[in-house]
Write a protein that binds this ligand. Sequence first.
Ligand SMILES: Nc1ncnc2c1ncn2[C@@H]1O[C@H](COP(=O)(O)OP(=O)(O)OP(=O)(O)O)[C@@H](O)[C@H]1O
Length: 569
Amino acid sequence: MRRRAARPSPRDEVLRLARPRLSASAPGLLTGLAAAASTVALLACSAWLIVRASEQPPILFLGMAVVGVRAFALSRAFFRYLERLFSHDAAFRSLEAVRVHVFERLVPLAPDGLARSSRGSVLSAMVSDVDDLQDHPLRVVQPLATSLGVAVVAVVVVATVSPAAAVTLAMCLIGFVVVSALVSTVVASSAERTIAPLRAGLVGAVVEHMRALDVLIAFGVAGDSLDRLRAADQALTGAVVRRAAGAAVGAAGLSLFGGLAVALALLVSIPSASTGALDGPSFAIVVLVPLAVFEIVSAVPLALGVARQVNAAADRVAEAAPADAPAHLPAETGSTDAPAQSDAPAIAIRRLVATWPDGTPAVRHANLVVAEGERVWIDGESGSGKTSLAHVLVRFLDHEGDYMLRGVDARSLHPDTVREVVGIVEQNPFLFDESIRQNLLFARDDADDAELEAVLDRVGLGEWLAERGGLDARVGERGALVSGGQAGRIALARALLRDFPIVVLDEPTASVESDLADRLLRDLLDASADRTVILISHADVPRGLAVSRATMRDGVLVPASSVGAGADS
Ligand SMILES: Nc1ncnc2c1ncn2[C@@H]1O[C@H](COP(=O)(O)OP(=O)(O)OP(=O)(O)O)[C@@H](O)[C@H]1O
């Protein structure tokens, strides 16, 4: 029986994505090898030429070596240039693919699958951790492959001249790689593994500091936040310094073993040189080639350090953007045919249960039937689960039990298709730091100015728009230049532009004083008169605005009460 291949670990999956295909990386690897081989050959040829020239032979005997020195000097630069070109081209191409792939993995997580990750860690995963992954082909695979190739070729070439010198060279190379790798692992491995998380911590601290600056200043604690930033910066600097110490150990090992290789080559070659078995130029090659080889393999301890950093970055990318969506989020599959209006209710849910990705119960039990064109008011105490239900209705959250949308099982539809029919106007709508026009256009980018002005007029913002000087007025960072009620109205204008037949209004009056709340609610519901509306509001809704009412209590939706529900205004 054939065994199914084990699935690679999340880290390996990410690294495999970052690794260019062999056909893309082969030109870089081969030219890198040629450049390194040229370096060694240049030194060997020069050493031979200098020593042979000191013997003052006829110039004809030196011709080939002179050409060789020139050729290897030129080919070294030429192949080095090509190697940079090919290897970076391959790495950047795969980097582009990785970033797109990571972004595609993040999209289905938003918004509820990302609720527990800080913006800083997602930002770091997407930017600096993905950037670090390009070091895998460039600064790990390339130098290791080049070093191995050149070391083997050099040992073989030296063996043809002096087998004993080849043995000492091989021993010194192995000693250097083993000892410096071990010592630098002891000195720097923990630093290298912590650099990515510490850098993410610093980015996260900076992002949070900037986002919360108004609150921090208002409460006089901006200094404490700056202290935290400083501490994060110091921790990162400390790790970088410890990593540099590891690199210094590697450099010391290089001098030690490089010198040892030359000394041992002298030791084992002098007897044959003194008996004449080894001629002067060959003696020079045997003694000096180790210096050039060690220059190439000096990249090995650095590459091992970079490999540890890349592994840490890959772990973080795999954690921030897992290959499989976490439990309780809807799968990004299903029919893309949006269900049309029919005799079936707009929304019918029965024995519906939903859970947040972290396991917190979101909705414990809900039954609700909403006819096409009906307005339902869902009230309930803060934290009872109203917003959670809204997230189920727009398929941000998965559910168990029945959720039929216009007679079609919502789970059989692609979540994006459900969101073409059911739109949400969030409790704290997000406004981009852009003009009013841009904040509306992203809902429907082919709307002209007249349509935008009409929809703003419909949600009661016509006068305000004129006062602001038109659609080019900016709304500020996170809507800082508009009030909470105006932000809610802009969010509804977006939903109307998108023309969702079913709209969920989540606490539209939450940030509005109570005497203005009734007017805002009336305006919003008037503006959505031709659609099915599920109005979530813990505040009273004036009589007549909602047709039926249901109450959420501790995650349980208590069935709708009589027609004409609503408080006396
Ligand atoms: N992203 C989340 N991850 C995990 N738990 C959450 C998340 N969002 C909300 N909760 C929890 O789910 C429960 C219901 O919260 P929900 O926001 O649905 O209440 P709500 O009735 O809309 O409250 P409010 O009227 O204050 O907006 C609460 O216990 C809350 O702490």
